[in-house]
Design a protein around this ligand. Structure first.
Ligand SMILES: Cc1cc2nc3c(=O)[nH]c(=O)nc-3n(C[C@H](O)[C@H](O)[C@H](O)COP(=O)(O)OP(=O)(O)OC[C@H]3O[C@@H](n4cnc5c(N)ncnc54)[C@H](O)[C@@H]3O)c2cc1C
Length: 405
């Protein structure tokens, strides 16, 4: 049987693009099928953590991200009046001392440019589902055509049709969830006493407010909304800032919003795929896991899934061409990525419990965090968020240079 591609990737989000670039770095033929016509829209995920920068460096993408980003050196959890705990990224990895603040649109654009540069082929505007058999995996396109590969990476997001087509369940993990549309994300140009080095999470009586520095003088606001609370206009967002922003700090004054560049309401759920492998199909990214955005882990985990999927499939293809079974590589990937997602869901759930502590328990939480700030907690927190402990299934080989077209 003639199989066209080494690997077919379904989905051209950050996960699918990363998988394709990393596979090209191994010299593999790869094609991406996406139902959209172009890059994804909207700021969405905006922090690329050090562990993810390390794999992006292997794909030849970290320099472009570092050139554009706002460096983020850690995370501060505080009340309006005082800092409770402050974590520092520096020292979690030898290579990257900070996380990169950059809107997802830019990260995707950098990945897409790299994919085109290294010769990834694209089929766009066509949705796919998939089948897998003994010798190949096939993306079945909505127009009746198909694309066949030795393997297929399902990177088609949380509503993955490939995952459904190959019969993998995606149950709710039962972890803490938000009610419908009770959070607002907004990128604003703002001036005033903003900590431009750290993510600042302020958990107070009026609700949660998180401020995340972005390049170009922008700041991402994330806020919980009370029933009926408005957050559509600059005036609404300014009121949220005034009611929830820090009241202490070296620079007194008010944070003033000058301009709103993007906003979206959202809610979060936690889902985890029952397995990350079915035959010749591997799941990666949101197709395998979704969780709260606390700690900005979703896109990061997806990019690392993609990198490790590429290492796995390279080893599996080599094994098959030597007449050996690829199963141990594929099963190691599936177990490792499900474990990694389970850990991230547990970590984001822990962070949510801290940030959304009910008012009656906040004095206790604050006292505990003040003490914990002098223990190993800040470093443990930084290590967890940085992703540097996520080292994959251990299939790695010496990195190959990315071939030119
Ligand atoms: C409003 C919003 C805010 C967010 N904020 C954050 C944040 O602050 N931090 C964070 O870490 N994460 C955040 N996320 C989540 C983050 O955006 C995702 O984790 C990330 O995009 C996952 O990447 P992915 O490539 O796995 O999936 P996606 O980005 O969903 O990409 C899936 C791709 O598959 C394509 N596709 C879908 N179905 C098919 C099909 N049947 N056939 C072919 N192609 C298909 C789509 O067109 C798309 O290109 C946010 C998400 C949203 C919506």
């Amino acid at each position: 049987m003639h199989v066209d591609q080494d690997v077919v990737v379904v989905g051209a989000g950050p996960t699918g693009l990363s998988a394709a670039v990393a596979l090209r770095a191994k010299g593999r033929n790869v094609i991406i099928v996406d139902s959209g016509e172009g890059p994804g829209e909207g700021s969405r995920a905006l922090v690329v953590h050090p562990g993810t920068l390390a794999v992006l460096e292997r794909m030849g993408c970290s320099d472009a991200i570092l050139a554009e980003c706002a460096p983020i050196w850690g995370m501060t959890i505080r009340t309006r009046h005082a800092v409770l705990v402050r974590s520092a990224t520096r020292g979690t990895t030898a290579t990257f001392a900070f996380s990169a603040g950059l809107p997802q649109t830019r990260t995707e654009a950098i990945l897409r440019a790299r994919a085109e540069e290294v010769g990834v082929r694209f089929v766009t505007g066509r949705a796919a589902d998939a089948t897998t058999d003994e010798s190949a995996a096939t993306a079945l396109l909505a127009d009746g055509t198909h694309v066949q590969g030795r393997y297929l990476v399902a990177a088609d997001g949380m509503h993955s049709t490939v995952r459904e087509a190959v019969g993998i369940a995606y149950p709710d993990t039962g972890a803490q969830r938000s009610d419908d549309e009770n959070m607002i994300l907004a990128d604003v140009a703002a001036s005033g006493p903003i900590d431009v080095d750290h993510i600042t999470a302020i958990s107070g009586n009026a609700g949660l407010l998180v401020l995340i520095p972005l390049p170009g003088g922008l700041v991402r606001m994330v806020a919980s909304l009370r029933p009926g609370e408005a957050a559509a206009s600059v005036a609404d967002l300014q009121r949220l800032l005034d009611d929830r922003g820090p009241l202490d700090g070296p620079q007194p004054g008010r944070i003033a919003i000058e301009r709103l560049t993007w906003s979206s309401k959202f809610h979060f759920r936690h889902h985890l795929a029952a397995t990350f492998r079915q035959g010749r199909v591997l799941l990666a990214g949101d197709a395998g896991h979704v969780h709260s955005p606390a700690g900005g882990q979703g896109m990061n985990l997806g990019i690392r899934d993609a990198f490790f999927a590429a290492e796995t499939l390279d080893a599996a293809l080599d094994a098959e061409s030597s007449g050996l079974s690829p199963d141990r590589f594929l099963d190691a990937y599936a177990a490792n990525r499900r474990d990694a997602a389970t850990r991230v869901i547990a970590e984001t759930n822990r962070l949510n419990r801290i940030l959304f502590t009910p008012p009656a328990l906040r004095p206790v939480r604050n006292a505990v965090l003040r003490v914990a700030a002098h223990t190993a907690l800040p470093r443990t927190m930084a290590l967890g968020l940085s992703g540097v402990l996520d080292t994959g299934p251990g299939i790695g080989r010496a990195p190959a240079p990315i071939p030119s077209r």
